[in-house]
Design a protein around this ligand. Structure first.
Ligand code: FCB
Length: 444
């Protein structure tokens, strides 16, 4: 099954890539990696499907050459990967030489194959020692993150083409400290508001470090929520506005306008760290590109019976993926055009994650994930449309190269372009991988 598009439908310098994250694939028991909050949270009953953890994952720590060969053979131009803070600084202070050596070898391997490294500094592996002091609710953690940034960039900065500071600050702060759906699983408005600020501060501080090294192409990766009201009631429309403040405007206003949305600060500003205003110029320092991760929409209903933010997400009518997420490519178009018009204008944008989970099985060495082929087709057609409209979209990364550890969902949800048999670690390229190969290789 093929895509209807090919590389020729995109600008000549458009970057096609595949994305992963350290904890989801590497195997945290290899190479003297330190404990992260995912190692402990996953081992606490009720948090993660089957209490799965990332100790072995896809054994990418040992098999990275194989995985880089796959990316190359798929015809991709770039690999988006992340560096684990817990691997590099297990005790939060001293460097684990094996950890740093690993990223050195990895980046060499990417470059040797003619691929562009796209580095994410933080994709959620907070060292347990940082969690011990309150994690992102403590202002000291952004300071320490700046040290980590410095160590990574001194070692591999000379070979990476693009750097993003934080992956999905909404997940790091709101999902992890308010909803409690990810490590460290806290549900507390005060901790959450602090984390919401400190994660943006961590971005600002890391950016400052990166600039001091003259590192180029610096950005951040956001999962902006595209929210739609579940009905035309005024209450649901207002609830959707609040959803938008938490998911989108918190990040876009602070990065591009230097303030947080007043409809949040007026409600829960009393939980913000003192003098947070003084950090806003650091947080809004110019970036060179913006990464956007898009999977689905949020369908929002008012919940006046509950405390602020008075809303809940409801089940929608559209076809869903294995995650139960509605398939809604139109949301990507609405989101991109809005972001472009209201905030980013000429700033380069990359779709740093897009993809779907599916109950994939291998039969006779084949994995026919045709629903995923259709999913990518529909979303990439939107990208083509948005480029024609004028949005400067410079790249698209499929999530994910491999089936992997899907956080609280463990290994049950499969997002890969390549199937992984976790018993044998055998990799089997799926139909979606082959569709990319056909559409984009050969004419780079
Ligand atoms: C994103 C994460 C990524 C993966 C996908 C499905 O929120 O960045 O690690 O879990 O969702």
């Amino acid at each position: 099954m093929n895509f209807n598009f090919s590389r020729r439908d995109f600008p000549t310098d458009f970057i096609f890539g595949a994305a992963t994250a350290a904890y989801q694939i590497e195997g945290s028991k290899f190479g003297n990696c330190g404990s992260s909050h995912w190692d402990t949270w996953s081992k606490t009953p009720g948090n993660v499907h089957k209490a799965d953890d990332g100790s072995i994952a896809c054994d990418h720590y040992n098999k990275f050459d194989l995985d880089l060969d796959l990316i190359k053979s798929g015809g991709f131009d770039s690999y988006r990967f992340s560096t684990s803070w817990a691997r590099v600084m297990p005790d939060g202070t001293n460097i684990n030489p094996d950890g740093l050596d690993f990223y050195d070898r990895l980046v060499d391997g990417i470059v040797e194959r003619g691929l562009k490294p796209n580095l994410t500094l933080y994709h959620w592996e907070l060292p347990s020692v940082m969690s011990d002091i309150g994690g992102w609710s403590n202002r000291e953690v952004p300071e320490r993150f700046a040290d980590f940034t410095n160590i990574i960039i001194e070692r591999i900065g000379d070979r990476v083409d693009y750097v993003s500071t934080i992956n999905e600050p909404w997940c790091v702060a709101w999902l992890s400290y308010f909803i409690g759906g990810q490590a460290p699983g806290i549900k507390d408005i005060r901790a959450a508001m602090r984390a919401m600020h400190h994660i943006m501060l961590a971005h600002g501080k890391a950016l400052e470090v990166l600039r001091s090294h003259d590192q180029e192409n610096l950005g951040i990766v956001l999962n902006l929520g595209h929210g739609e009201a579940a009905s035309n009631n005024d209450e649901d429309i207002l609830a959707t506005k609040t959803f938008d403040a938490i998911h989108t405007r918190w990040f876009m206003d602070s990065l591009f306008k230097g303030y947080y949305p007043t409809d949040m600060i007026s409600k829960v500003g009393n939980h913000m760290p003192e003098n947070f205003e003084n950090d806003m110029s650091l947080i809004s320092a110019p970036i060179d590109w913006l990464g956007i991760n898009y999977y689905t929409r949020g369908l929002i209903k008012a919940a006046p019976e509950e405390p602020w933010p008075h809303f809940k997400g409801v089940d929608g009518p559209l076809p869903k993926t294995q995650m139960g997420w509605e398939i809604y490519p139109e949301g990507l178009e609405l989101l991109l055009k809005r972001i472009y018009n209201d905030y980013t204008n000429d700033l380069p944008i990359m779709i740093t994650e897009n993809g779907m989970a599916n109950e994939d099985v291998v039969d006779n060495n084949e994995c026919n994930d045709f629903d995923r082929v259709r999913y990518f087709e529909d979303h990439l057609q939107i990208v083509i449309r948005c480029i024609a409209y004028g949005v400067p979209i410079k790249g698209f990364f499929g999530w994910s190269l491999l089936d992997n550890y899907e956080w609280a969902y463990g290994y049950e949800k499969r997002f890969g372009l390549v199937h992984v048999d976790y018993e044998t670690q055998k990799r089997t390229p799926k139909a979606s991988f082959k569709a990319f190969q056909k559409a984009i290789s050969g004419n780079q």
